[in-house]
Structures are given as structure tokens and as C-alpha cells.
Design a binder for this molecule. Structure first.
Ligand code: DGL
Length: 270
């Protein structure tokens, strides 16, 4: 493991905008931390691709963040965390994926032991959440539902609770989970918290939505505190990098984070 110090930034990556749900939660919880964000907007979505391709992209994303001298890397992507976390675990830096913290939060939240998992096709097919939940509590039933179109809806900004497209797609995907009577729903793709208002409208107030951004930020805060790696000086600098056009990213990112984001740079990954 490389030697890291508490003043170095945290590296966060995703295939696109979804990882901003982790950035938002991290900023609320740990405002002093500097963050370097990479969104692979030129190659989104990851969730429809093969394991080999997702592994290759993950290697490149991690190498980019390592070049920014980060102290810890967060795969703020359900797909990478489900399919390629072994790449992160072997990178020589502390590495956190979203599956473990999010599954733990869901197991804590359920009362009827029925948890739904929505994610990309790759995440649901990997069974990552079912396996992690079974490890924590084997009495819990898990119902998976791929919702791949949600990713494009978020990237396009079709996210309002009254947006007719968002509502119709949500109804179609979530109906089977409503029929199973889940009382807890894991938003197993980091893009999905941007759709919380419409998902809540469709699922009803009685279903607890587990946001992987929040669960992961809580986990990272505990981890950094335990390792004496929290940044105690006033930092809070954020830098954003993407692999395709920056305008659309900056627009939706600003809307989601509730503030203008500082400049976004386009980079070419090796
Ligand atoms: N945000 C991503 C995830 O959590 C990826 C969506 C995609 O690229 O398909 O899975």
C-alpha cells in the first residue's frame, strides 16, 4: 500500500454523472475534503458492457485518479463495484466500492426482510447485492430489477417527478418490485438518486429508498477517521474531469449538486 497523507484529495469516479450522488453526500459529510472527480462520459453506459470491457475501463479510470495523487479511491459506480472491484482492491491505494456499504444500510432498514435492488443490467446480473445481503442476513429475500434506461434518462436530464417519460419508465420497471411487496429499495446504480422524486412517487412513501451515495459517504467517513486520514484543514477544493463534452455535464451536475460546479476539463484516457 502506498503511503498517503490526510491533505491529499479523494478520487471519485463513475461512468458519467451518477457518481455525483456520492460527491454530494461526501460534501455534506466531509466538507474539508478535496475531491477529484472523473466521469467517463465518453463511454457511458458501462452497465450494458462485458466484464472484460468494464475491467479495462476501470483500470484506466483508476490510473487517471492515481495520477492526481489521491489518498483513497471511490468507485462511485454500482457497475464497477459489482463487476470489477478486484481491480480497485489491487491498485495499491485504499479503495471503496458502493456495494458493501449500501447492502449493509438496506439490511438495517428492512422490516419485512424483502429488499428490492435496481441497477444496471451488469449489476443485477452479477448478483453482487444478493451475495452481500445473504452474507449479512440469509433470511432476507432479494428481488433484482435491471433499469438500464434510467441511466440515459439521468444523462439526458429527464429526472423530474412530473416528467411523463420518467414516470412511464419508472412505472414499467418498478411494478414487479411493488408486487413483491419490498419495503426497502436499493438504488444500486449511482445515477438513480437523481431520480429519487419520481421513484418515490411510484413506489410510495412506505418504501425506504437506500441511496448508495449516502451509505458510501458514511462508510468512507468512518474509514478515514479510523486511519487518521481525515483532512482537518479547510480544504473543500473540487476538480472535475470528463472524457467527452463538458457542457452537458456541467449543466446537469450543477442542477443536481445545487450549485455551479467549478470548471470541468476534458481528458483523454491512456
Ligand atoms: N452509475 C453507474 C452505476 O452505478 C453506471 C451506469 C452505467 O454506466 O451504465 O452502475
Amino acid at each position: 500500500m502506498l503511503i498517503t497523507n490526510n491533505r491529499q484529495p479523494i478520487g471519485i469516479f463513475d461512468s458519467g454523472l451518477g457518481g455525483l450522488s456520492v460527491v454530494r453526500a461526501m460534501t455534506e459529510l466531509l466538507p474539508n475534503e478535496d475531491i477529484v472527480y472523473f466521469g467517463d462520459t465518453g463511454r457511458v453506459p458501462y452497465g450494458t458492457r462485458s466484464r472484460q470491457t468494464i475491467e479495462q475501463y476501470t483500470r484506466q479510470d483508476i490510473a487517471f485518479l492515481q495520477s492526481k495523487n489521491v489518498k483513497l479511491i471511490i468507485a462511485a459506480c454500482g457497475t464497477v463495484s459489482s463487476v470489477a472491484s478486484h481491480i480497485g482492491e489491487a491498485c495499491g491505494l485504499p479503495f471503496v466500492g458502493v456495494v458493501k456499504p449500501t447492502a449493509a444500510a438496506a439490511v438495517q432498514a428492512t422490516n419485512n426482510q424483502k429488499i428490492g435492488v435496481i441497477g444496471t443490467a451488469a449489476t443485477v446480473a452479477s448478483g453482487s447485492y444478493s451475495k452481500e445481503i445473504a452474507r449479512l442476513d440469509d433470511t432476507v429475500q432479494v428481488f433484482g430489477q435491471p433499469c438500464q434506461l434510467f441511466v440515459q434518462m439521468v444523462e439526458e436530464g429527464f429526472i423530474g417527478e412530473n416528467d411523463p417519460i420518467a414516470l412511464a419508465v419508472c412505472e414499467r420497471y418498478l411494478q414487479p418490485l411493488k408486487e413483491q411487496g419490498v419495503d426497502t429499495l436499493i438504488l444500486g446504480c449511482t445515477h438513480f438518486p437523481l431520480l429519487i422524486p419520481v421513484i418515490r412517487k411510484v413506489m410510495g412513501e412506505g418504501v425506504t429508498l437506500i441511496d448508495s451515495g449516502k451509505a458510501t459517504a458514511d462508510y468512507v467517513a468512518d474509514y478515514l477517521a479510523g486511519q487518521n486520514l481525515l483532512n482537518e484543514s479547510a480544504g473543500g477544493q473540487q476538480s472535475y474531469f470528463v472524457s467527452d463534452r463538458t457542457e452537458a455535464f456541467a449543466q446537469v451536475a450543477g442542477r443536481f449538486l445545487g450549485r455551479e460546479i467549478p470548471s470541468v476539463s476534458q481528458v483523454v484516457l491512456e
